[in-house]
Design a protein around this ligand. Structure first.
Ligand SMILES: C[S@@+](CC[C@H](N)C(=O)[O-])C[C@H]1O[C@@H](n2cnc3c(N)ncnc32)[C@H](O)[C@@H]1O
Length: 279
């Protein structure tokens, strides 16, 4: 069938950058998040779900920006503390203010290994990082710490005998309780040298339970269901780590700076954040 405009009807053409074998019809966390942040690496199904979510919770794009702002502050903090290697688990699709850019601005020798299981994130990460000797991205599932750490060290950028910052930012809520996130984190903790630290930001229903329930219901339709957790449950994931001041707080309350231009009401940005050092 041909439309009046002379163009063929039916589904839009598959973008050339879409990796083969990808299911474009099912929304996916990496690409929905990309849409919230104003990126271009998302498909119609991701946009439809994101718009539905925003209709119920208009602050969602701002919440994602607040998460990115926390990530940048935490990376600056750990690199200024003397850590020069970072492992970013669930790094997402490359976007403005990437971890390696923030880290390299503080220490030009800082090294970053990004990890994501989403092929779109990995394909774009590889393109963005080509020619960068100090940063790379690997495809792996963080729920398999042994294989993820083996792949990360095989890049030659990470030395586990030295302090490292392991980043778990806006990703652990995609690990259900049935996968035992506490034991996954503990496996990483055991591999981290003394002086290492963990950076965490985790979605929570505590501030806006009704919206959080709707949001989780929406994500249950995706290839990446979501488990938001209470402050108490997030704190329990950090066994074996000591919290750096100000502790486990709402993301906008973690060492705020004036850089984000975001509203100042921290309660609008539900989700707990911390930097914690390995004990
Ligand atoms: C909401 S994005 C967060 C991206 C980035 N960390 C940030 O805070 O801006 C979550 C990312 O985690 C990835 N992800 C989810 N579960 C994962 C897993 N088990 N292993 C690796 N990556 C995962 C998704 O593909 C997505 O890119």
């Amino acid at each position: 069938m041909v439309s009046l405009g002379g163009r063929s009807s039916g589904p839009p053409p598959r973008p050339v950058w879409a990796p083969a074998g990808l299911d474009l019809d099912r929304p996916n966390a990496a690409r929905v998040y990309d849409y919230y942040l104003g990126g271009a690496h998302n498909f119609a199904a991701d946009r439809a779900m994101a718009r539905e979510a925003i209709a119920d919770w208009p602050d969602l794009p701002l919440i994602m920006q607040a998460n990115r702002a926390f990530l940048r502050r935490a990376v600056r903090f750990v690199v200024r503390s003397g850590i020069s290697q970072l492992l970013d688990l669930g790094s997402g699709i490359p976007t403005v203010g990437n971890v390696h850019e923030v880290a390299e601005a503080e220490n030009q020798d800082a090294r970053v290994v990004y990890v994501d299981r989403d092929p779109v994130a990995v394909t774009h990460g590889q393109a963005l990082l080509s020619g960068n000797a100090n940063a790379t991205i690997i495809q792996s599932d963080l729920r398999d710490p042994g294989s993820t750490l083996a792949l990360a060290t095989a890049t030659g950028l990470i030395d586990l005998s030295e302090p490292i910052a392991v980043l778990l930012v806006a990703v652990l809520h995609f690990v259900p309780d049935t996968d035992d996130p506490a034991s996954i984190i503990d496996r990483y903790r055991q591999a981290m040298a003394p002086g290492s630290c963990l950076v965490i930001c985790h979605a929570s229903p505590d501030q806006q339970p009704r919206r959080a329930a709707t949001h989780q219901e929406l994500y249950s339709r995706t290839s990446t269901p979501m488990t938001m957790r209470s402050r108490e449950a997030v704190a329990a994931l950090l066994a074996g780590f000591g919290l750096v001041e100000p502790g486990l707080v709402l993301m906008a309350q973690w060492r705020p700076e004036d850089e984000s231009g975001l509203p100042r009401n921290a309660q609008r940005f539900p989700g707990y954040a911390a930097v914690a050092s390995r004990l």
